[in-house]
Design a protein around this ligand. Sequence first.
Ligand code: UAG
Ligand code: ATP
Ligand code: API
Ligand code: MG
Length: 494
Amino acid sequence: MSGSQKTLAELGLTARSGQNPSVTGISVDSRAVAQGHLFAALPGVKVHGAAFVTAALENGAAAILTDAAGAELAGPEIKAAGAALVVTEEPRAALAYAAALWFGRQPENMVAVTGTNGKTSVASFTRQIWQALGLPAVNLGTTGVEGDWEAPLHHTTPEPITLHRALAGAAEAGITHAAMEASSHGLAQRRLDAVRLKAAGFTNFTQDHLDYHHTFDEYFAAKQGLFDRVLSDEGTAVLNIDDPRIAGLADQMLEDGRCVLTVGRHEDADLQLTAQRFDGTGQDVRLSYDGQVAMVRLNLIGGFQAENVLIAVGLVMATGVAFNDVMAALPSLRTVRGRMQLAATRTNGASVFVDYAHTPDAVAKALKAMQPHVMGRIIAIVGAGGDRDRTKRPLMGEAAAANADLVFVTDDNPRSEDPAAIRAEVMLGCPNAFEVGDRAEAILRATDALGPGDALLIAGKGHETGQIVGDVTYPFDDVEQASLAVAVLDGKIA
Ligand SMILES: CC(=O)N[C@H]1[C@@H](OP(=O)(O)OP(=O)(O)OC[C@H]2O[C@@H](n3ccc(=O)[nH]c3=O)[C@H](O)[C@@H]2O)O[C@H](CO)[C@@H](O)[C@@H]1O[C@H](C)C(=O)N[C@@H](C)C(=O)N[C@H](CCC(=O)O)C(=O)O
Ligand SMILES: Nc1ncnc2c1ncn2[C@@H]1O[C@H](COP(=O)(O)OP(=O)(O)OP(=O)(O)O)[C@@H](O)[C@H]1O
Ligand SMILES: N[C@H](CCC[C@H](N)C(=O)O)C(=O)O
Ligand SMILES: [Mg+2]
């Protein structure tokens, strides 16, 4: 953090004993605490951060922010060390506001997007539209900070300190427009509570992350927090009403007098997708809004990408851009790396696509999206991540079997789990699939099976560049492996 100092009061915090020390920085991890820092001891999934107060004090923490349970655990120790103690019911929210106040700046026009699938695509499209209109813009999320200012990120929605450091850095560099992803973990953990949003979008709601949220209702409630809590009363909600639960949210928000822009294929949508025609390199779409109709070229493969574009259009309009100006920018949109990306073509004309589908709905939609482009058979490679929602595994297998002619089940970041056990769970949904644990071999064998007019979808890793086994990340890139497989099989390399 910078060399500056701020008092607790300047960070919106009040200490129990009335102390108001200046702090030199903020940390959520005791290992990152430096002399004079505020340490946020947060209740975690595995352990309470208060367990690390000793380490934080040893590293020089001047103040501790925590909840009642944390104060109970570490209060006497904090008092004995003479550090200030801030206790609040919602330490994660308090941390978010403190981080925003610490860094002090964020781009003036910020929007966020949530939903099970499509967040990165929408955030990127939103940024690309702003850029095409000459506005300095970034998107933040799974693929880092991209656009007119760049930085790597390790989370889709980073914890508040990392997030506000990035937002302030972008604002300092002259960025006026930013689109960020709001993951359900990020929302549940209040990571973006202090971001000032002009608008927020909701793409779709299907199964993922039930390991963390336990039930669909809890998962939806986390996402709804973006609209109930983070988006201000004046902000615009851009909601895809083709999804019945999101339509319910739209009704509720309208009843509450909130500003809502509905989008979708649904005839009641304010911004409606009224027609869609596919060809080899993308699609033509017809959109209507407030009595205006536009025919637009999208150089994007996949019917679902038009749904993502609708949300992006709504978000950009909510920052004050006219419908026709947005329409003019759409033909320049490019897909995010690893989303329905044509990775390689065999000499017999068969194509290999790489896509980040890692939920049952995404696998189904990605394979369906290929159908209008493919005359022959569709082959799918699927796998599911370790230490993630187990219940989605057979459903991903089922989605692959239902929408492809041939399925290969392979590994995708087994992490701490037994890879064979994960594959067995996926295979429950597609018992006739070929099981090939080694991902490179699966890609080679599936590519070998491609006849003229066939196409292969390699699902799950998209832009990722590693295979996580245990604690080790081995270099692995689906696009690279696809090119390699085609080169080997078509005799371009020995
Ligand atoms: C399940 C989850 O989201 N966990 C996040 C949560 O960790 P936690 O609080 O549960 O961690 P914990 O291990 O119980 O530790 C408790 C506390 O002790 C602290 N600690 C721990 C050890 C130590 O030595 N010193 C110390 O101070 C930790 O910093 C933490 O604050 O808070 C941490 C700090 O903010 C996050 O880094 C951590 O993200 C973990 C690494 C993670 O992998 N999260 C993933 C699942 C995630 O958030 N993914 C979403 C995207 C998902 C998607 O849509 O696909 C994302 O936005 O990236
Ligand atoms: N609107 C959509 N409906 C259904 N599936 C989609 C949609 N948009 C994208 N997908 C699928 O989800 C995959 C991931 O897309 P994207 O990265 O944009 O989503 P995300 O929500 O950011 O994912 P993550 O949760 O990992 O951040 C795509 O490769 C595609 O298979
Ligand atoms: N951000 C998602 C992406 C998962 C992609 C897939 N490759 C996996 O590892 O499961 C997650 O962490 O659940
Ligand atoms: Mg994403």
